[in-house]
Design a protein around this ligand. Structure first.
Ligand SMILES: Cc1ncc(COP(=O)(O)O)c(C=O)c1O
Length: 420
């Protein structure tokens, strides 16, 4: 008798994607001409097109003009050595003792997703406090990049939410967050974004960072720092990186997961960097050896093209100057887009206080709109926000801002009328 052969994947469950995937398809199929995509954190031109930075175009040309450019594997599993060195100097500063004393372990990664993943894998295997725990907790702000919980779950951590956002004042809920990290066990792993917080647009102030550093230090917590929007807040990478330097100088154990996808507009080239400042060169060498083993097991070699572009830019002072100008211009432009939206909302007497549109920073505005309002904007006006109420400022432009503001005003007035 024939035995019915069941394919090993026949019973694979469908899996639940985030609502964003569904919304992107809905947006694509929306035939209305005034549709607006405010879902993705991708800087676009005023015409709503992809933006290639002038400095990146020049770096690309340099690479194409280089007769020695070849397609060998990178010299190390850790990625392009020059890229890692230049990136470390950018993030920690030229005069950093950590770099000059060879106390920084680092590896190139596949964007910040890859840096977070490799960082989580490294912690799972080597973080002394958690090594004996079958499922350790990682503490994550309740409002964060949607993928943070996924990537920790994927390597066997449990995640616990920390209060982060004060919805009534539209600011970082410093007191609640600081209190919460005082209550959790000592030596916990705590995730924090360095600047341009996704999705809230709310970062701790300089003074709040100092107080957080104090709590991290006294509780001996491990800081899992995600730096995905360097330069998008102040226009200066050094200024936006100040919290990293503060934590590193205070000898708080930390790792830094960085992407250059955003600040160089190299989203699809997947240029990331995972760094860990360590107490000595000898420990850093051992950690790097483990990173090498991890890289081999996970992805083998790291992609070279994007890393080469960043190397050309950071390694040539004249080109670095141009990139710094490009970055400053993007940050300034995002700030202007915020101002235009705030003005347009106020001009239309939109119910509420809209000052938070310009006090929040970076690429995102956290609107606190409820689900009904978000759906109303989408269904009635083709204005697409993420289901969390995150609005990407990067998708606003002079052509669509009035339509967005008018739609928001209608959504909010509707609520005022229906709640009367
Ligand atoms: C906070 C944060 N971390 C990580 C990432 C992932 O970055 P990448 O695309 O470089 O993997 C993003 C991307 O949106 C992000 O916003």
């Amino acid at each position: 008798m024939d035995q019915k052969v069941v394919h090993p994947f026949a019973n694979v469950p469908e899996g639940k994607l985030e609502s964003l995937n569904k919304l992107q398809t809905q947006f694509k199929n929306d035939s209305r001409v005034n549709k607006v995509d405010l879902m993705c954190g991708i800087y676009q031109t005023e015409e709503g097109n992809p933006y290639v930075l002038p400095s990146v175009k020049l770096a690309r040309q340099m690479l194409f003009n280089d007769p020695k450019w070849e397609h060998e594997y990178p010299s190390s599993h850790l990625g392009e050595t020059e890229f890692r060195d230049l990136s470390a100097r950018l993030l920690f500063g030229e005069s950093s003792g950590i770099i000059n004393e060879n106390r920084l372990a680092s590896m190139q990664t596949v964007g910040a997703s890859g840096a977070c993943h490799m960082g989580a894998m490294f912690l799972r295997a080597h973080y002394e406090t958690y090594k004996s725990k079958p499922s350790g907790n990682v503490y994550i702000p309740a409002q964060t990049w949607v993928n943070h919980p996924n990537l920790f779950h994927a390597v066997g951590f449990e995640t616990v939410s920390l209060p982060y956002y004060d919805a009534s004042a539209h600011v970082f809920a410093f007191n609640s967050f600081n209190e919460a990290i005082q209550q959790i066990p000592t030596q916990s792993i705590v995730v924090l974004q360095v600047c341009g917080n996704n999705p809230t647009g709310c970062d701790p102030s300089v003074e709040e960072w100092e107080r957080l550093a104090h709590t991290f230090k006294s509780k001996q917590h491990f800081a899992f720092l995600d730096l995905s929007y360097p330069g998008f807040v102040s226009g200066s990478v050094a200024q936006d990186c100040a919290p990293i330097r503060l934590f590193a100088d205070a000898n708080i154990p930390l790792l830094l997961a960085t992407t250059y996808g955003k600040s160089f507009g190299l989203y699809g080239e997947r240029v990331g960097h995972l760094c860990m400042p360590l107490p000595s060169a000898e420990i850093a060498a051992r950690v790097e050896q483990q990173m090498k083993l991890l890289a081999r097991a996970e992805t083998g070699a790291q992609p070279r093209f994007g890393a080469k572009l960043v190397t050309n830019i950071l390694g040539n002072p004249w080109l670095k100057d141009i990139w710094e100008e490009n970055l400053k211009a993007m940050a300034l432009d995002l700030a202007r887009r915020r101002e235009r939206l705030e003005e347009a909302l106020i001009e239309r007497d939109t119910p509420g206080d809209w000052s938070f549109v310009t006090t929040q920073v970076g690429m995102f505005l956290y609107t606190s709109f409820d689900q009904e309002q978000i759906e109303y904007l989408r269904e009635e006006h083709s204005v697409y926000l993420q289901d969390t109420g995150r609005l990407s400022i990067a998708g606003l432009n002079p052509q669509n801002t009035i339509h967005v503001a008018e739609s928001i005003a209608k959504a909010l007035r509707r609520r005022v009328v229906t709640t009367l």
